[in-house]
Design a protein. Structure first.
Ligand code: ZN
Length: 312
């Protein structure tokens, strides 16, 4: 098996109210709610996972909804600042009407790298984009009653990182992760890996005078990159450790195995395995329907459930 990074695995962000977050992503954006669990480091807080039918890597957006009144984040350098979703050609009109109807804040569609896109904000101020990708995206979208296959999101198109200087981060992408610089528009540098067709793009935006961002409500906490299995995960652990970047040991996240390190530009990166996946503790049909806890918290289930607000 070749040691390859296969694009984005998941993206994790911070939200305020759990119910509002759940409603926005599952109902307005129409993602499948694939897992309701808790923050493994803070079990009084939910950890929500949204994705396609199976929660395939490259479609998984996760949130820590810390509750109303948490500190608001601030966009800036050293963080992931935009999450891009791939949508079918010609679907942006549908989305504009939908955003109008649900009072979602959005910008007039624009074009970058020859692709039409629509920027919008989630209820906590997180910036996202729907992009009509110019390359083929054969991924099967999750359909809902009012968001059909011809307009539904297909998973990630790209992630954007904002940096004071892109050089060291670009070197991690190219020299360690196997990405290549494929295009540039002004201060936006587009990198992609040839190892996979979708969720393969990372955009680096260079803003030398931008002050450091603050990761809190409405911002991305970390970006996870995908590897096939544990053996490849440990290969990358060794490479990153050799660079002196302070990588964690392997951590069991129940649905995947992970390691974390802060890339030199300041963004928290994770590398995560495809195994074992989200059907390890629920059937495909029932994904997201029950509160799932890792074995170590099962004995405290009653107490944990009493701390969590009901969302559906
Ligand atoms: Zn993660």
């Amino acid at each position: 098996m070749e040691n390859k990074i296969l694009g984005i695995h998941h993206i994790t962000a911070i939200a305020g109210g759990a119910k509002r977050n759940f409603n926005f992503y599952s109902k307005i954006l129409g993602l499948r709610f694939i897992k309701k669990t808790v923050n493994f480091d803070d079990p009084g807080t939910y950890h929500f996972y949204f994705g396609d039918e199976k929660g395939n890597a490259g479609t998984i957006l996760t949130f820590f909804p810390f509750g109303e009144g948490i500190q608001q984040g601030r966009k800036g350098s050293g963080m992931a600042t935009e999450i891009g979703y791939s949508v079918p050609k010609g679907s942006l009109e549908f989305w504009i009407k939908r955003f109008e109807r649900h009072n979602v804040i959005y910008n007039k569609p624009d074009v970058k790298f020859g692709e039409k896109y629509l920027t919008f904000l989630d209820p906590d101020g997180l910036k996202l984009e729907l992009i009509e990708s110019k390359t083929t995206d054969d991924r099967k979208a999750w359909e809902t009653e009012d968001i059909k296959i011809d307009v539904a999101t297909k998973g990630f198109h790209n992630i954007t990182l904002t940096l004071n200087n892109i050089k060291a981060t670009a070197a991690i992408l190219t020299d360690v992760f196997g990405y290549k610089l494929i295009d540039q528009e002004k201060n936006r540098y587009r990198f992609a890996t040839p190892a996979i067709e979708n969720a393969a793009i990372v955009d680096l935006v260079e803003l030398p005078n931008e002050r450091g961002g603050h990761v809190a409500n409405g911002s991305v906490h970390h970006v996870a990159f995908r590897v096939k299995n544990d053996e490849i995960l440990m290969h990358f652990r060794e490479v990153i450790d050799t660079l002196g970047l302070g990588v964690t040991t392997q951590i069991d996240r129940q649905y995947f195995h992970s390691l974390y390190f802060r890339e030199p530009g300041g963004v928290l990166f994770e590398i995560a395995t495809e195994n074992p996946g989200f059907t390890i503790d629920e059937t495909l049909e029932n994904l997201g329907t029950a509160l799932k806890l890792p074995p170590k918290y099962e004995t405290s289930r009653e107490q944990i459930e009493s701390l969590l607000v009901k969302i559906n």
